[in-house]
Design a protein around this ligand. Structure first.
Ligand code: NAD
Length: 381
């Protein structure tokens, strides 16, 4: 089969779905690899780098879509991109099917098989293609770099001839994949890190990374606000009150707050309120990784950085993985090639769309003229 990577049409997107190294793996599966000219430039991969890896460069999106059997990309396909695809063709990309009913319908009408990288079931066997995790890991790391870049002080404590510097205090709210990556990056820069999650089972992970788990003064237990199947559920009003009370205590002490709290299928819970921002010191930084889903901080504006009247910097960028385009492409390219390895079990360049396979079934959102989302629950864990 011919696997073709489009240049991302979304303005400012730096990622690309195939890298020269992932192309080499795809070729070992028996596939031919095509890339649209310039697709890798913003991730530091030139057309010549791809050609050296045995990739054919196509001059335009139209030429690439015309030549490829399987189109791979990062962002959901645009209307124009889906419109150019033909029956029997496959597209593999993010799709966000719950928010993109029209796009799904269009893919179905065109007879395209759509495989959504954001719908890969989060089971152990599928970790190698779990793009949500690989991108969340980058976002968490980059959130700390962004915070450090905006904070006018050291993260690490120092005793120097010119004076003693205390370590920065960093609070990470939500310790899923992004939150744990943020904790790792902040502790490695020498900050004193505190972290909170409604899932008490993460306390051990937080502590093993050298951060302090923030316990609540809550009569039932920390578990009330948690948790079904490893994910968070909405908290009870009492739990939420205890959580906000604790955050109000912490607000004046924290230099950096990084929020990553999400509940699947819902808007982000508001956990860092206006009065908490007002209680923070001038020069403190908030990075809100939940900005795209409404934000964990009451004042966050998606895609913007601004400074409040009391001098707190609030960052609501929604493109953190793209801000590390080379790294993100490397990991996403690996996620894509592992998906294609599962789709090519014979390593003979032949795609087997095995709808009995939980992972393939879970990620496939249109197939054979039908919308196949949402999938049935996976049979294995
Ligand atoms: P996520 O992005 O959905 O949410 C981020 C974090 O926010 C979660 O840890 C959640 O508990 C927390 N949160 C929600 N509401 C909160 C609140 N009110 N206050 C504080 N924190 C709050 O999470 P994620 O990174 O996708 O990970 C979620 C779960 O999925 C974890 O258990 C993770 O280990 C699991 N996971 C499993 C796999 C796998 O393949 N086995 C892969 C990835 C993630």
């Amino acid at each position: 089969m011919k696997i073709g990577a489009l240049k991302e049409s979304y303005e400012g997107e730096a990622r690309v779905a195939v890298t020269p190294s992932s192309a080499a793996h795809l070729r070992k599966l028996g596939h031919e690899v095509l890339v649209e000219s310039g697709a890798g430039v913003r991730a530091n991969f030139s057309d010549a780098d791809y050609e050296a890896a045995g990739v054919t460069i196509e001059p335009s999106a139209q030429a690439l879509i015309g030549a490829a059997d399987v189109v791979v990309k990062v962002r959901p396909p645009s209307d124009a991109e889906i419109g150019r695809m033909r029956a029997g063709q496959t597209v593999i990309s993010y799709f966000y099917p719950s928010q993109n009913a029209e796009l799904l319908e269009k893919a179905r009408e065109q007879g395209v098989t759509a495989i959504a990288m954001d719908m890969v079931p989060r089971i152990s066997r599928a970790q190698k293609m779990d793009a949500l995790s690989s991108m969340a890991n980058i976002a968490g790391y980059r959130a700390v770099i962004e915070a450090a870049n905006n904070f006018g002080r050291f993260f690490t404590g120092q005793v120097t001839a010119a004076g003693k510097v205390p370590p920065a205090k960093v609070l990470v709210i939500g310790a899923g994949v992004a939150g744990l990556a943020a904790i790792g990056a902040a502790t490695s820069l020498g900050a004193q890190v505190y972290a909170f999650d409604v899932r008490p089972e993460v306390a051990e992970q937080i502590e093993s990374m050298g951060a302090e788990f923030v316990y609540l003064d809550f009569s039932e237990s920390q578990t009330d606000g948690a948790a079904t199947g490893g994910y968070a559920a909405p908290s009870s009003p009492e739990f939420r009150e205890a959580q906000l009370k604790k955050f109000r205590e912490l607000a004046p002490q924290m230099d950096i707050v990084i929020t990553t709290a999400l509940i699947p299928g819902r808007p982000a819970p508001v956990l860092w309120t206006r009065d908490m921002v007002e209680a923070m010191k001038t020069g403190s930084v908030i990075v809100d990784l939940a900005a795209e889903r409404g934000g964990n901080c009451e004042l966050t504006v998606a895609d913007e950085r601004f400074v409040t009247d009391n001098g707190v910097i609030i960052i609501g960028y929604t493109d953190f993985p793209s801000r590390m385009g080379a790294q993100a492409s490397e990991l996403y390219g690996n996620n894509i090639r592992h998906m294609l390895a599962d789709l090519t079990p014979g390593k003979d360049g032949v795609i087997n769309q095995n709808m009995e396979d939980d992972v393939i079934r879970g990620a496939t959102v249109t197939y054979d003229g039908d919308v196949t989302w949402p999938p049935p629950p996976p049979k294995i864990a």
